[in-house]
Design a protein. Sequence first.
Length: 93
Amino acid sequence: MTKHSRIGLIVIAAVFGTAFAQSALAAPKPLCQNYAQLAVNSYHRMQALDLGCQGFRWHAWYNGHYEWCRSTSGVSAQSETIARKRTLFSGQC
């Protein structure tokens, strides 16, 4: 095996390894569908309670919540859901 062949194999392995690591991190589609729906419902509930919360956590854009969830771990998505529930329960942003 030549030096160039080894370098080529290392590059290919690195590319596939990175792609696999990113897909392994992504939360599953069903979890993210549920996450996004809960996030939108929480936004509407926050509005109904007139809390005035703002920021990335509080919007009604389903696809935005879904895509964010797919880019992170299931644990992170669950943490965001818990944070929204705490805010709605406490009545404070």
